[in-house]
Design a protein around this ligand. Structure first.
Ligand SMILES: [Zn+2]
Length: 281
């Protein structure tokens, strides 16, 4: 890992700054309240974290003198998809596979998407990263307590185990993000801090985002709107984790993908999975 600690800290600062800007943009845009994932109203206006957990920092610092890892490119982007698999997934996979790009899927296993879970096998076989999101995605259940959260994660792993190697999965994304405030309603103010610590204790890594496609807002944005959201929120950022959705109601995300991929390609970005961008030791 040649990404120096100094550069990594600088990148973290950039990610944090970008997240703040994205949040401000989200608030002024008046995002709709009902969608899951990138829900600005559930995120604190001043996040207390960078876009990913400290484990990556520890790795970067520990590995900064090592020549065994490939250095990360100057400009990279992770395309991440929450809330799948769903009936949209084949279109998302087709767009990624056609472009030869690997994405990262933070998956759910609700009663509604059960029949799409076998698509995870196909996604993993094509080189995409499968990561954890939630079994139920019900804030009022999973954020009742630490026990409730981990029971939900255990259920998710149980449900996707027939399709992917769950024991090798070490990345997760909290529903609503790591700085969500919706959890306070159910589990109290300290719950997210506790969950983040527990994630790290278990050798896992949580991952937020610093570019939001705003594809899951009410009104079903068009592919062109999603594309413009991504370009606008990327701005001058050189290390991007893009939040998109892979749910039944976000079909236009798949439509927008070819243009999004083309834009990042034209602007010199390398596509990485989250595990490639934020490797764990
Ligand atoms: Zn979600």
């Amino acid at each position: 890992m040649k990404l120096s600690a100094h550069r990594f800290r600088r990148n973290r600062t950039l990610l944090l700054s970008a997240l703040l800007l994205a949040l401000i943009a989200g608030f002024t845009a008046g995002a709709q309240p009902e969608f899951v994932g990138c829900s600005t109203q559930d995120l604190t206006p001043v996040p207390d974290t960078a876009a990913f957990s400290p484990a990556a920092t520890a790795f970067a610092e520990a590995g900064s003198g090592s020549a065994t890892e490939e250095p990360l490119p100057e400009k990279w982007v992770c395309l991440t998809f929450d809330d799948g698999p769903s009936k949209t997934t084949p279109d998302v996979l087709a767009a990624l596979n056609t472009a030869g790009v690997h994405g990262t899927f933070f998956v759910v296993a609700t009663d509604y998407n059960e029949k799409y879970l076998p698509l995870l096998t196909e996604a993993a076989a094509a080189g995409h990263q499968i990561a954890l999101h939630s079994a139920s995605h019900e804030y009022s259940d999973i954020y009742q307590s630490s026990d409730a959260y981990w029971e939900d994660i255990a259920l998710l792993k149980e449900r996707i185990a027939p399709y992917v190697d769950v024991e090798s999965i070490r990345y997760l994304r909290f529903p609503g993000g790591s700085t969500n405030t919706v959890s306070r309603r159910y589990g109290g103010k300290g719950l997210m801090k506790q969950l983040k610590a527990e994630v790290e204790q278990k050798g896992l890594q949580w991952v937020d985002w610093n570019v939001c496609a705003e594809d899951a807002v009410g009104g079903h944005p068009s592919a062109d709107t999603i594309y413009r959201n991504v370009v606008r929120e990327t701005g001058q950022q050189t290390n991007c984790i893009v939040l998109m959705h892979d749910s039944a109601s976000t079909r236009t995300t798949a439509e927008a993908l070819p243009d999004i991929i083309q834009w990042y390609t034209d602007n010199g970005y390398t596509f990485l999975t989250v595990a490639e961008a934020l490797p764990l030791s």
